[in-house]
Design a protein around this ligand. Structure first.
Ligand SMILES: *Cc1c(COP(=O)(O)O)cnc(C)c1O
Length: 440
């Protein structure tokens, strides 16, 4: 449990208390309300309603640049993992910085193509269950690389490519049997997980792939999980993969790419440490085992690019006390942000306008008819009144993308802040929107 934090800079440069309040409201003075870049969150809530996702463009750009700097010593392509946040406005921003994309479905590929047709040349396609239709779309759009996860998938891709008279560049995603030391639902690199091919079996698969004229063996791929903060796990898995690359080359395979996957964690509790330092340690862990191999490195970060850039604004509907237990019932719910319900994930929650210095211990819950519909349990928060705004922090990744319509709640609107500019990148979903595909 963490105390409510009132540091001057919460998530620099995206989020800070401060700024000059030109629209001086009685009772609100300088340094008392939360800003995203140059924009007061309170004004966004008033104009666009709540619950509302707000993202900082500056922070996303800064993180992409930090990745580029940390890996500047090795030839590499950053393929942003679309599933972390696939809103077109976010993809457009990422594409504008020159990044490629990692997709796990045909739908995600279509989003990328909508943003930039030419981005296909920098797309890797991952996932354990690609369908023939998805493969066809990817082949026709000319993606860079397929990450193959089973023998059956290899056969289907070879056949699909033959039918289209195309050649598919492939890597095999290996399962290095390395523990990622993260939540069991987002750990993927142990042999009991559904992901990848065991390293020992991979060699047989490479042999089979090399015999298929419609497949071109180009890489080895690995992804051991998400929200990993121990860089030693990355190093261990890259060492195993580097050994495999050496073996495969001895066997005559022309391996150009090594895809290190994503998974770098962020700090959900307290202030973010220096990202420069963290990304530097990550880069060393990933690249040290590759020394001398002359490979082109592919990186698939998602959370570490967009996670800290987003906040979810929500308004307190009701205060309620059951016996001695306190609840803040807010207008956001598990359909807007599932991570606390799904993983028991911790998200810091802060008042948008600093108010009382008095601290209370309370649950923060949504209106959905599920006990699992909560954002915080027994959290220390400054005393909040009905009608007050709260900001749930670090929701840029695996936030809006996990949204649903449970309880016929429309998905939240999303805005992208860039300096003093605000762009609505997803409108609030109406009930009419939700019923459109249903028989009347
Ligand atoms: C989810 C996923 C990623 C991104 O993971 P993050 O933890 O968001 O960095 C990258 N590659 C693959 C194959 C994935 O499934």
């Amino acid at each position: 449990m963490k105390p409510a934090r009132h540091s001057q800079t919460l998530r620099s440069p995206a989020l800070a208390y401060g700024g000059a309040t030109s629209d001086a409201t009685p009772g609100i003075t300088r340094n008392e309300e939360l800003y995203c870049e140059a924009v007061a969150l309170r004004s966004l809530a008033t104009r666009h309603g709540t619950p509302l996702y707000v993202y900082s463009a500056a922070m996303i750009r800064a993180r992409l640049k930090a990745f580029a700097r940390a890996f500047r010593g090795v030839p590499h392509t950053l393929c942003y993992s679309v599933k972390a946040n696939s809103t077109l406005g976010i993809l457009r921003l990422v594409a504008g910085e020159g990044a490629g994309f990692d997709v796990v479905s045909g739908g995600e590929l279509q989003r990328v193509l909508r943003v930039n047709r030419k981005a296909a040349g920098k797309v890797v396609f991952s996932g354990v269950g690609k369908t023939a239709a998805e493969m066809e779309l990817a082949l026709r759009s000319g993606i860079m690389l397929f990450n193959i996860e089973s023998a059956s998938e290899l056969n289907l891709l070879a056949a699909t490519a033959a039918r289209l008279k195309k050649q598919a560049a492939i890597a095999i995603r290996v399962n290095p049997d390395v523990s990622a030391k993260t939540h069991p639902y987002i750990s993927t690199g142990l042999h009991q997980h559904k992901f990848g091919v065991p390293i020992l079996e991979a060699q047989t698969l490479y042999e089979r792939a090399a015999k298929q004229p419609t497949l071109k063996v180009e890489g080895v791929s690995v992804h051991i999980g998400s929200q990993i903060t121990d860089v030693g796990s990355f190093q261990e898995s890259m060492e195993r993969v580097a050994d495999l690359v050496r073996t495969l080359r001895e066997q005559g395979h022309d391996i150009r790419y090594i895809d290190a996957g994503g998974g770098l964690g962020i700090s959900y509790e307290g202030a973010q440490g220096s990202f420069e330092k963290q990304i530097g340690a990550y880069a060393r862990a990933v690249t040290a085992p590759l020394r001398g191999l002359r490979l082109h490195l592919l990186l698939e970060p998602g959370r570490s690019i967009v996670g800290p850039s987003g906040v979810l604004l929500t308004r307190v509907l009701y205060r309620k006390t059951n016996n001695r237990k306190r609840f803040l019932i807010v207008d956001a719910a598990m359909n807007d942000l599932l991570r606390p319900s799904l993983y028991g994930a911790y998200h810091e929650i802060v008042p948008v306008v600093r108010g009382s210095r008095e601290i209370e211990i309370t649950d923060v819950v949504g209106p959905i008819c599920e006990t699992g519909d909560f954002f915080a349990r027994d959290r220390k928060l400054s005393l909040t009144s009905e009608g007050d705004l709260l900001a749930i922090l670090d929701v840029g990744a695996y936030g809006s993308v996990l949204g649903s319509n449970y309880n016929t709640r429309g998905r939240a609107a999303e805005v992208l802040v860039d300096g003093a500019k605000v762009r609505v990148i997803r409108k609030r979903e109406s009930v009419e929107d939700q019923m459109r595909l249903e028989a009347r």
